[in-house]
Design a protein around this ligand. Sequence first.
Ligand code: NAI
Ligand code: MG
Length: 502
Amino acid sequence: MATTAALPDVHPLLKDFLGRRVHTLLIDGRPVEAASGKTFATLNPATGETLGVVCEADGADVDRAVAAARAALEGPWSKMSPAEREKVLHKAADLLEARAEAFAQLETLDNGKPIREAKNGDLPLAIGLLRYFGGWPTKIHGETTPVSVPYFPGAKFLHYTVREPVGVVGAIIPWNFPLLMAVERLAPALACGNAVVLKPAEQTPLSALWLGELLLEAGVPAGVVNVVPGYGPTAGAAIARHGQIDKVTFTGSTEVGREVVKASAGNMKRISMELGGKSPNIVFADADLEAAAKGIFMGIFYNQGQCCSAGSRVFIERPAYDKMVSALAERAKTVKQGNPLDPKTHMGPLVSAEQRDRVLAYIESGKKEGAQLLSGGAAAAGPGYFIQPTVFGGVKDEMKISREEIFGPVVAVMPFDTIDEVMARANSSDYGLVAAVWTKDVKKAHQAAAKLKAGTVWINCYHFVDAAAPWGGVKQSGYGREKGQYALENYTSLKSVWVDLN
Ligand code: NAI
Ligand code: MG
């Protein structure tokens, strides 16, 4: 049974926020309790203690949130000019920047990620997304089209297109980058003039709730952003099947993604899906091996390996294999695990006991199937949900640890001999989110980039993302692109207007 922790030494604003008796839902710009009166606890995974008590939304609350979103959409939000919407998003970016320290601490406390990652990764990226999409409202426009009508020769028409908001957007997001995922959905959705019902993950609901309040303060009208923390089968499923939600954006497991697609069919809502991965990180022997070792390391151990884009299958060209494997195993032993609020900590706990146990089961399966355990391989000491950074060598393609998404600090390392062989093996996954190639040979790099079946290919780098660069997968890693101008496709629908000039 979890116990409530004494408040840690954090930013005064965060101390106030965490001191609340209960964290309410945000519906129609107001803090409200769940209709059922239910609450749930969110834990600090570094200690297993309760960090906050949160109102638990279900279908009835989703209904209220959708009604508020619909009313806001048809009311004040659509009456704001694009320039005013830009101002609001930029104000939100400024507010988040001013409170970056407090938000970073909250991410670390609720999710377990090391503060240095929250501060240097999640927060700047979230602020960047608000700024990037904050620039779009005045630039989203239609076009005129030189139409010809074959059955009316010589006739003149004016034809133009208009990009309109899709309407009410339901966003179901996971726990690995709680604030970043929320902003990644909200920024483009709001830039395009939609209203949103956001369901954060039950493991990490706090930063989305705090962000909702910040957006109100920035001038987003009440009801435009509603935040309804709750569980997947209740609150999440209610969003997926809701008849008054026009679009769902989902990030999480492929398994749940499939359920969301099915549920969306009822009212033919539009969907975009950002799902799992088992991404190949390929090192040719001619690469800068030191840079590659760092890249592999970051690729799999960033955020405790809880990244959809984790480089969890590492292929190393045989002449470099032994050297690279021992470099990785050695480096894994130097990782500093501990209190994630300590700026010197490299690696925090996994998000939950459930996730830790899931990952430990994969480690056991790797051992059983005969992979060679080179470092780690067990839970780490401490009351929290820590796992040692784990490197398996000599992994075979057919082993479970080489096929399934582990979502933890576990890497499968394998040798290869030729480029054709490694391309085929890299592509032999059901997933296709990202891939990386390390080589000094430009030709080889581009040949590989062309062949790899992935939404993103990194050449001599890993985990680089930006608000302006599209992000998404192929195959069972999902469809649709978040970020960049491509995200605007997700959040607008195109209207075709004809004017008879004859
Ligand atoms: P999940 O897919 O169950 O959770 C993601 C979100 O979906 C959460 O907000 C959850 O409440 C919601 N959800 C769950 N069931 C739902 C339903 N029936 N209808 C609508 N929404 C629902 O992921 P979970 O269980 O937390 O993690 C399991 C595995 O999923 C991980 O080990 C990892 O492999 C993968 N995953 C991938 C992520 C990614 O970024 N692509 C993020 C989180 C998990
Ligand atoms: Mg938590």
